[in-house]
Design a protein. Sequence first.
Length: 243
Amino acid sequence: MSKIIQYLCGMSNGYILKCKEGYIAIDCGSEYDISIFKNVLSENNINPEEIKLIIVTHGHCDHFVNADEMKKLTGAPLLCHKEAVLSLTTPLYPDVHARNEVGYKLLNEMTPDGEPCPILPPVTPDIVIGNEDYDLSDYGIDAKIIYTPGHSLGCISIITGEREAFVGDILQEKVPGCGSPPGVAYFTYTDDLEEANKLTFASCDRLLKEADIFYSGHSGPFIRQEIQKCIDDAKEEAKTFKL
Ligand SMILES: [Zn+2]
């Protein structure tokens, strides 16, 4: 098993992975407070300069809010998918649509989205990747990034040689804040449900092929059997759910 540090920053998980000569940080939390990340580093005897790369799994603000501060602290380059760049640089509240019943209920409780947010710190990525697999061996780690769209068009997942997946929000706790079993993302990028489900389930199926343990942006980690079940359940739900 890879050395994995999982920590909570606000409502989102961040991760630190050991690589040959340092570490890779995955996601940047939802609470704008760099001291959370600093504390995790010091508790684990990691110097900020040992962070060699910061990866943002997708362009939703609950995953990149500390990205600029983390870049300044560590000097590490920031990587994201090309479809996430606008959200990070503008920066934007997530523009999300319901993909299922949970998402529909949540959206009715939320404020309007897709708007620039004056309190979010913008950040410019240094490495922008496309839809092809991206090998991380240059960073001294047996891992790759794969494109897993559906929750947003800019979603990527990190897969290690030990079949561990860091999936952002495409697989997440079924109901937020409850420590519930996993579910397939309740939000997506479009109100075209057919399109949203096609992309989402294709990404889920690829993740199941590539990994056995799943580290999510919210809650987890989840094991293969739980994920298989939640994907099967989500496909069933998609047959009848209508907006
Ligand atoms: Zn998200």
